[in-house]
Design a protein around this ligand. Structure first.
Ligand SMILES: *Cc1c(COP(=O)(O)O)cnc(C)c1O
Length: 399
């Protein structure tokens, strides 16, 4: 482990106003927990799109692969290239749809595996791959729409689609997959209907003598809910990061949140009763109040709609955030904390002592989902990998 003085980047880090701590040991733990639900014939794809839900794609991908994941999922081509440039050679499925010749050449050049959603797209891929000349057929993944009404060929047209792709010499079908719209709902009626449609479509494909080497349908929620949805691979995102897709699933496995958000106190002052705080004076003190300014704001990913609605942790105590969250800074009421100093660390998400604040708390307050909270942390916040246990402030390396 490096000390501050041994690394220039750590010396810089030490002065950061705000940062995201990521615990690779928690990611590895979550991978093993998810794997424990899977049979030996089911592979685990670590979904690391959107910079691994804000956690830092390279560190998460490397950690997940070491811990038992065998595939990676990204949304975009640049996300895939970032992993390849880091030396990761695991198979990477690009979940988004691409059509431009430049994009197709990049997919081939970086050995990414594309999702094909329409016959037209398959023909463009075939043409561009044909122009690239003598090389192995490109592994492609056929996406079926079984009820999400997002990407994919309608399940009723799956057999025709598969037959077309099968006939294109420059492409090779590597999997057939679909995505569930309501897997996190306690009522599984719609998910079961999607599963039924998926199986019908696959049976029709197989009846043509086309045997897809891999079938997959499950996201995190489906992985935790029903082993009949696992097939040959599950595509886990949220659970990898230690959050549960829904509260009724939080007993299935033991997940550990891998991300914490911290910032420093930049000023401490005392205001008199009746004094307004921040833009719009949406908070007015009713007594003499010691407040602290904290160096993090909505430009870092703390939603402005949380203004006046959340607590943060300081020295293991829960204290209220007050006034409007501003672009780079927010204020907290630290009247209960004696001798608070500039430079002390404030935990916005994560653990301090026996207090813990989860992305689910923010999501519930805002009426959104934890996925969105995690993805909102901006690149202005450095990602720092930390050692176990969660909440330990020892820094190991810069993510
Ligand atoms: C994002 C995504 C996933 C992962 O979803 P989680 O709910 O985060 O597990 C799986 N499959 C597809 C197609 C996705 O876009």
């Amino acid at each position: 482990m490096l000390s501050w003085d041994q690394s220039p980047s750590l010396a810089l880090m030490r002065q950061e106003r705000a940062w995201v701590e990521v615990n690779p040991a928690a990611i590895a733990h979550n991978v093993r927990q998810i794997r424990s639900l899977l049979s030996n014939r089911t592979e685990l794809m670590a979904v690391v799109k959107a910079d691994a839900y804000g956690h830092g794609a390279i560190t998460v991908a490397q950690t997940a692969l070491q811990a038992g994941a065998t595939w990676l999922g990204v949304a975009t081509i640049p996300e895939g290239i970032e992993l390849r440039e880091a030396g990761i050679d695991a198979p990477i499925l690009v979940l988004g749809a691409h059509h431009m010749p430049e994009q197709i050449r990049a997919i081939a050049r970086w050995q990414l595996q594309p999702t094909l959603c329409t016959p037209r797209q398959a023909l463009i891929f075939s043409e561009v791959m044909g122009e690239l000349g003598d090389r192995d057929p490109l592994a492609v993944h056929l996406k079926l729409d079984t009820g999400m009404s997002r990407l994919g060929t309608l399940w009723q047209e799956a057999a025709e689609f598969a037959q077309l792709v099968q006939g294109l010499p420059s492409l090779r079908i590597a999997s057939v997959y679909s995505h569930l719209a309501t897997a996190e709902a306690p009522d599984q009626t719609v998910a079961k209907q999607q599963q039924q449609r998926f199986e019908t479509a696959v049976a029709q494909i197989q009846a043509l003598g086309i045997i897809p080497p891999r079938l997959h349908l499950a996201n995190s929620a489906a992985t935790l809910t029903d082993s009949t949805l696992h097939y040959d691979m599950v595509r886990a995102g949220l659970a990898l990061y230690g959050l549960y897709p829904a509260s009724h699933l939080n007993r299935v496995v033991n997940l550990k949140p891998a991300l914490q958000v911290k910032a420093r106190v930049t000023q401490v002052k005392t205001i008199q009763p009746g004094v307004g705080v921040s833009y719009g004076h949406r908070f007015v003190s009713d007594r003499e109040t010691q407040i602290a300014v904290v160096g993090i704001g909505y430009a870092d990913g703390v939603p402005r709609n949380l203004s006046n609605k959340i607590s943060v942790l300081v020295r293991g105590q829960r204290v209220p955030q007050i006034g409007a969250v501003t672009m780079d800074q927010l204020m907290i009421d630290v009247s209960t904390i004696a001798d608070l100093r500039e430079g002390e660390v404030v935990t916005l998400l994560g653990r301090d002592g026996d207090q813990f604040i989860s992305a689910d708390d923010w999501a519930n307050t805002l009426g959104t989902i934890s996925w969105e909270i995690l993805c909102d942390f901006k690149h202005r916040l450095p990602r720092i990998a930390v050692s176990q246990p969660l909440g330990d402030r020892t820094l190991e390396f810069n993510v």
